[in-house]
Design a protein around this ligand. Sequence first.
Ligand SMILES: Nc1ncnc2c1ncn2[C@@H]1O[C@H](COP(=O)(O)OP(=O)(O)OP(=O)(O)O)[C@@H](O)[C@H]1O
Ligand SMILES: [Mg+2]
Length: 411
Amino acid sequence: MTSSVALQPDPGLIVACTICRDVQEFDLLIEDMETELGESWGDLSFEDAKLFMGQPDAAALEFVAIAMTPQDENNLAVISDLIRTANDHNIKVIVIAEDVSPIALHQLLKLGAQEFVPYPLPDGALHDAIERLRAPAPVAPDASNTTQKGSADHNGVVLAVHGLAGGVGATTFAVNLAWELATVDKKDPPKVCLIDLDLQYGSVATYLDLARREAVFDLLSDTDSMDNDSFMQALLPYEDRLQVMTAPSDMLPLDIISSEDVQRLIDTAKANFDYIVVDMPSTVVQWTEVMLHAAHVYFAPMELDMRSAQNTLRMIRALKAEELPFEKLRYVLNRSPKFTDMSGKSRVKRMAESLEIDIEVMMPDGGKQVMEACDNGQPIGQTAAKNPLRKEIHKLAVSIHELNLSVAHAD
Ligand SMILES: Nc1ncnc2c1ncn2[C@@H]1O[C@H](COP(=O)(O)OP(=O)(O)OP(=O)(O)O)[C@@H](O)[C@H]1O
Ligand SMILES: [Mg+2]
């Protein structure tokens, strides 16, 4: 073994290990580990870690800190396996992640990693995570788990879409992403549910030519008695491929539903579907927080204009002030400049820099075909499969599905 663990004079003193491709890439982690643990920690490569955890030398290990970058997402199966091995040996796991996709992170946490800390490490973050690991586990049963029990056995991926300004294409993105996911694998199609929580102006019903139903209002106004059956009954199928919860028929105040209602709705949807796409109102409401926590990815569509830029800044500030997970936002630039539009591309770069964000998803203008598909009540994939916007949303759906499958298989 070439790792520094083997070099420690007294392996009995090793209470923690970092596990990563190259610990030198994580110099802040080295510093923090030294501050927290002095000399009593070591470093392991992904290859050596599994073996080491099974050896008597590892008996004193309190936790391992698995550090990863997007490059390691190809290695999720190995990392998942390490988390399981650690759990089997009663070793706690902290995942230290630099720019790792939220879906991958969620899956690692689901597999049994106790803590997640972003890299570069915020001040005191490793210290706090270690403290939480050392705190005794709560004994009270978790009420939210009991509500999830039922016949349904899925554990869906939640994708929220929240336009950072009105009319930036949030609903178009949500509807078409849901459709592309529902049709991503012809042989083994995932179960997809599209939920319109834009209770006032929700236009999912229009874009898919579906009726708005009273059952939705009944469901939302009494979530206490919601069960898998009443939830499924409030949905309408689109072409038998996609299940849709439209906005209610009447225009409702956004606070008619509480955070608990939204939590129950999402828990039930997760239990019944593989993917849940939620179209959010562009206003921030009380239950936005629930969705921010529940979503594996929180897409935030915007456009290349001052209005979007200013709203983005306000949104980030508001979320930071409330200590909400603003880093879950994945910015989607709609009507993004063409590949050849050099000045447009440099404007995108400047906007991202001035907002200190990464704009990760670029959606091109799809021209009139997009509005026509919306007005016809059909996904673009059905009316204009070659449309550039449709092609991009399709690619995104494929990558989400592939990533999800690769982690699920590692399960
Ligand atoms: N990339 C695009 N190319 C062409 N047309 C688009 C594109 N994105 C959206 N549109 C069109 O822009 C209009 C507004 O889109 P959409 O309703 O999806 O926006 P929204 O953000 O959901 O708006 P709201 O604030 O009303 O909820 C629609 O007519 C849609 O067809
Ligand atoms: Mg909308």
